[in-house]
Design a protein around this ligand. Sequence first.
Ligand code: PEP
Length: 241
Amino acid sequence: MYFVANWKMFGDLKGLNSLNNVINFVTRNERKNFKVVYCPPSTLIFSLSKKFKNTPIDLGGQNSHESENYGPYTGHINSKMLKDIGAKYLILGHSENRQCGENDKLINLKIKNGLKTGLKIIFCIGETLKEKKNNKTNQILSNQIKIGLNGIKNKSNIIIAYEPVWAIGTGLIPELSDLNNLIFFIKKKFKNKSQKVLYGGSVNENNINQLKTINNIDGFLVGAASQDAKKFIDIIKKTYN
Ligand code: PEP
């Protein structure tokens, strides 16, 4: 079961002390098949990589440039740099980046380079509210998977994160029956029956008891609630039980 904290553009050095509680909790309650991953903004990756050293918590990036090599791309970092600083995971295809113009083809390039570098990719897919209302969800998810993973034979280092765009940061979550169907729909697209699929979108300490009942769910990508150590611990704790 994965618990991936996506801090987005939040967090500062001062706030990192609260992570001691998370480290203590995860260390004391380490379980096989439970993995906690933090994806902080780039400014905090170095500090967190030191903080998580010799702990069971892993580190991830929130995005990367598609170039495999270093280059003149002001403001960007690539997967090689993330790996160098100790990241093991990389979120790609997040809807907040898709909204800034990233398309499936570009995401596909980024995924390929991330895999080549040796990172595990958390590949976000999800429909907008308009697409949902027009009954386009299945088609959108199929296209995102088809183009995003085009040419990638070995998908063992790909973790899908199903994140309906309308559920991110809104407090809304899908009907559980819809979620069960969609997770099944996504998993069926993969030959590998153990393909990991996470859910993300307004996961919090209040709805986790419901969300953890989704059939065959492999974990959660958590935005806002992961920025509060107590809430994040609560989410993990409630899933443990
Ligand atoms: C996210 O952006 O990946 C996310 C899941 O955000 P939130 O939990 O805040 O909806």
